[in-house]
Design a protein around this ligand. Structure first.
Ligand code: C5P
Length: 341
């Protein structure tokens, strides 16, 4: 069974002060875009599992020699699997490497579904075909987690409804509920409480991918340093972006984009300033760091303009790679057959 889940871009990311629990209150507007991760879950016969080829952490918590328990193995292809896509490691461990053991967020999702469904002994192999850049501010890990929740719910016939899935998603991460629903939504709390927003039109995006990733906690920590003592009020409201989404006018939306994490991401990656400027000079109607970065997101005036912008940006050599995508895209869904892929 294969489940496809989308990346996101924050059209608005208003961030409030650090809370006692280590999170920040946010007011964010999220749009799902047509870059996807495809997660394929294959149930294995327990005898098919060769412990000698397993990632050692895949068996964490499973007593040695004991074949009981839920064991999920992972294989990654695409973004995050190619060592040449990794930049100089700025953090330890390298956040741009997708883990394949128990710390993989899709594996953690599987264990939550197993717990909810009372599953105690299963073997499943996951392949993650990643089209979403890793540690890039586009919620690729969250998309994998959302896809895994949908896949394991179906595979194990857990019968979890959307509310139950969203509850498990919020336990996995602040950004995990959104790729379950996709579309365009307002996020509050730590970003996990979602409300639909009225959005019209289709938006054409160009993403400039950077070498290496940025760690979300590191970017929030930099935000705290930059705003120390000066942030007493809550996060900036998203009124301008919400109004622009009602008009469906890309130029209006482009002018309204806000990301309070952008100064922090630019402090950690000063080279991104040039990337943003280049996109603006090339005619983007909006230019912003995506989420915690380091991907830069450019809104084009239309489909044709996005093709031209992507080609010109790629030609300028300011990014590791350039991708085009449109939004809003659908949330996590089971791919039914070859026509879907
Ligand atoms: O929820 P998630 O596990 O994705 O968050 C990762 C980290 O990002 C948190 O531990 C926290 O440092 C930071 N974060 C935050 N405020 C949010 C969301 C995330 O400070 N609203």
């Amino acid at each position: 069974m294969t489940v496809r889940a989308p990346a996101k871009v924050n059209l608005h990311l208003g961030v409030g002060p650090l809370r006692p629990d280590g999170y920040h209150d946010v007011i964010t507007v999220l749009q799902a875009v047509s870059l996807f991760d495809d997660l394929t879950a294959t149930a294995l016969d327990p005898t098919e599992l060769d412990p000698t080829t397993l990632d050692p952490t895949a068996l964490d918590g499973v007593p040695p020699g004991d074949q009981d328990g839920v064991v999920v193995t992972v294989e990654v292809s695409g973004e995050g699997a190619d060592p040449t896509a990794r930049g100089p490691a700025t953090t330890t461990p390298d956040v741009s490497i997708v883990p394949t053991g128990r710390d993989n967020i899709a594996v953690r999702a599987a264990h939550l579904v197993a717990e909810a469904a009372g599953i105690t002994s299963e073997r499943v192999h996951l392949t993650l075909a990643k089209g979403i850049p890793v540690a890039a501010g586009m919620a690729g890990g969250s998309a994998d987690a959302a896809a895994a929740l949908v896949a394991f719910d179906a595979l194990w016939q857990a019968g979890l409804d959307r509310v139950a899935l969203a509850g498990l998603a919020a336990r996995l991460g602040s950004d995990v509920p959104f790729p379950l629903t996709g579309g365009t939504a307002l996020g509050t709390g730590r970003g996990e409480q979602l409300t639909d927003v009225l959005a019209t039109g289709e938006y054409h995006w160009v993403f400039a991918l950077a070498d290496g990733g940025l760690s979300t906690p590191a970017v929030y920590a930099e935000f705290d340093k930059l705003s120390e003592g000066r942030l007493r009020t809550g996060p900036t409201p998203a009124d301008d972006v919400l109004a622009a989404l009602r008009t469906g006018d890309p130029a209006q939306l482009g002018a309204a984009l806000v990301n309070d994490l952008q100064p922090a991401a630019l402090r950690l990656r000063p080279a991104l300033r040039r990337v943003l400027e280049t996109g603006r000079e090339l005619g983007a109607v909006g230019a912003i760091v995506s989420g915690s970065g380091p991907t830069c997101a450019f809104l084009a005036a239309g489909a044709t303009e996005s093709v031209e912008l992507a080609a010109s940006l790629a030609g300028m050599g300011v990014a590791r790679a350039v991708r085009r995508a449109s939004g809003p895209a659908a949330g996590a869904r089971v791919l039914e057959g070859p026509d879907d892929a």
